[in-house]
Design a protein around this ligand. Structure first.
Ligand SMILES: [Zn+2]
Length: 594
């Protein structure tokens, strides 16, 4: 194109001819894109949108789509660039923007200050905290032209610590709650499930700085409440899993999960007291007799044994590497190996054990490694059916879940290794820390995963759907402005919920059948079809595609809803459309739309 333009200019074709041909082309394209829709922003018109309009797609095809990644790809939300790396297409980006607005709102409500730290980092600070040496293969590293090592930040504790260390001089400048929303990089061994486990992803990460431990615990509480508000507003059922390590003075953390059968995490929960925890950290008790394991610390480079201890877990349970590592932190360059212990090994280990994790006498050695679990401490991976250790009367049940957020109280971690101190009440202390993450691109796909099914197709929580509604005019766009204006009148919880939230399928070059099929594929919560009934009697067919967790009323404003193949329909006269949608949305989802 540029070449042609240069030729035009070089050969004396006038600027006039060039500009006239452009104007004609632009006018033609606008004519094709309907001139009756002046009130509808171009960004809300499907004719302007990059969508994979595959005309060969048959209606029945949605049933054969198995995964949410397939559905999102097919409907044009995401586009795979390479393994674990995706483009968020315009519709997905709209949904992301909505999630980000909710999160910004809540982070700023607790004093969060938004900044943007660089993605491209030097390893200096990572060497100080030891993470350059220990993070391993998940870290994306590269070299600049001078052959100096660099990395793509998967998280920013080091960077933010360096900033605060340089800029803050007095205890009066704390507390600080700094956050950002940026792309992060992690070289996953097995990227899978679209945005759920990618190598490049979008994350909100907040870092808190407090003078005292009490203040840091208060920050943790404030952030937990802010996170609950975020997930309440996003509108997908979630669980908050206790990830308390149980060590006095140790770290405190909680995970936020969307509960769904496809999740790769397991949350164990007690119905009696409300305790919930990730399986790897959960505490459950079991009276079955124990089995012994040898926990061996090995030097990764030489392969030689550094230390060995004996741990005992209830029979039928696995030892938890996580719990053992928490009690027995590894030095950089060391790794932990766990293996069942036979009688001889158990005897030998008991003989030269360093600081045993269990009392060797209580094991009843040397006769047998089998012991009562009651002396074994909590070194096992808890299971469904274990007794709850918090209330003692409940039994743990297991639920699959997708982790979408994680909050930590870190104590002086990072402050100590990077020497971030504060002078307070005559003494110098390490600054108290917390960090708080939400995987935003993961929330996007996880929300779709929880609301959709391969039978019903793609569904979105109302608060984050790219558009709350689509208008599909089947015979010309001349009536669209009328309907568009009616939607502008709908107020739910004091908010005009359809403002900048309605798409219009003005692709008149596509058949009605194809556009109706697309509406199903895109899965916007409401589709307003202007078909024959509209031409004859101003009757709009309202199709509802709502998450299965929303309980729908049988009728709204006296107008009945009928259920056909997982989808609800209603036929509503244009004059009553605003009233109907107002009642429906207020009933179905009062909290998530504002
Ligand atoms: Zn309980």
């Amino acid at each position: 194109m540029l070449q042609t333009l240069r030729q035009h200019l070089r050969h004396g074709y006038g600027r006039h001819i060039w500009s006239r041909s452009l104007t004609t082309a632009a006018a033609a394209s606008i004519t094709q894109r309907s001139s009756t829709l002046a009130e509808v922003p171009q960004s809300s018109r499907l004719s302007w949108m990059l969508l994979p309009t595959k005309k060969s797609t048959k209606r029945g095809d949605t049933c054969s789509v198995a995964t949410t990644t397939d559905m999102l790809t097919k409907a044009g939300y995401i586009h795979q660039s390479s393994a674990g790396i995706y483009t968020l297409m315009p519709l997905a980006q709209r949904a992301m923007d909505k999630i980000e607005r909710i999160i910004d709102d809540e982070m700023q409500s607790v004093g969060g200050q938004k900044l943007a730290m660089p993605t491209l980092l030097t390893p200096d600070n990572w060497i100080k905290t030891g993470r350059w040496q220990t993070t391993g293969d998940e870290l994306f590293t590269l070299h600049d032209r001078k052959q100096s090592a660099m990395l793509l930040g998967p998280t920013h504790e080091e960077e933010v610590t360096a900033i605060v260390k340089t800029m803050v001089r007095s205890f009066r400048e704390y507390p600080l709650r700094l956050y950002q929303t940026t792309r992060k990089f992690r070289d996953e061994a097995r990227p899978r499930a679209g945005l759920l486990r990618g190598r490049e992803f979008v994350m909100k990460d907040m870092y808190s700085f407090d003078v005292t431990r009490d203040q840091a615990i208060e920050t943790f509480g404030a952030l937990e409440r802010a996170y609950r508000r975020c997930f309440d507003r996003i509108g997908v059922p979630y669980a908050v899993a206790d990830a308390d390590s149980g060590n006095i003075g140790g770290s405190l953390s909680k995970e936020f999960h969307f509960v769904h059968g496809s999740g790769e995490d397991t949350v164990l929960a007690c119905q009696s007291c409300g305790y919930a925890a990730n399986e790897e950290r959960a505490r459950g008790s079991c009276s079955a007799h124990g089995a012994a394991y040898l926990a061996t610390v090995v030097d990764a480079a030489s392969g030689s044994r550094v230390a060995q201890r004996l741990v005992v877990v209830p029979a039928g349970h696995e030892p938890s590497a996580l719990k053992i590592r928490q009690a027995w932190p590894l030095e950089p360059g060391h790794r932990l190996e766990l293996a069942p212990a036979n009688v001889q090994e158990t005897q030998r280990a008991a003989a030269d054990m360093l600081e045993p994790l269990v009392d060797a006498c209580a094991l009843g050695l040397p006769e047998s490694p089998s012991v009562s679990a009651s002396v074994a401490g909590d070194w096992h991976v808890a299971q469904a059916g274990d007794s709850c250790t918090r209330c003692a009367s409940g039994v743990l049940t297991a639920q699959r879940a997708i982790e979408v957020g994680h909050i930590f109280y870190l104590g002086d971690k990072y402050s100590r290794s990077m020497d971030l101190t504060v002078l307070h009440q005559g003494a110098r202390h390490y600054v108290q820390r917390g960090c708080f993450g939400i995987g935003i691109s993961r929330v996007l796909q996880a929300a779709a995963e929880c609301c959709s099914s391969s039978d019903a197709g793609l569904r979105w929580p109302l608060a984050i759907a790219p558009f709350l509604a689509a208008i599909v005019p089947l015979a010309g766009t001349s009536h669209v402005p009328q309907v568009y204006k009616k939607l502008a009148q709908v107020v739910v919880g004091g908010k005009c919920v359809f403002e900048n939230n309605v798409a219009v399928d003005d692709r008149e070059y596509l058949s009605p059948g194809f556009r109706l099929h697309d509406a199903q594929l895109l899965g916007f919560p409401l589709t307003l079809v202007l078909g024959r009934a509209f031409a004859a009697a101003s009757e709009v067919e309202v199709q509802l595609r709502l998450p299965p967790t929303l309980s729908l009323p049988r009728a709204a404003a006296g107008i009945e809803l009928t259920c056909i193949d997982d989808e609800y329909r209603a036929h509503v006269h244009l004059d009553r459309l605003a009233e109907f949608l107002g009642c429906l949305l207020a009933d179905a989802c009062p909290q998530t739309l504002h």
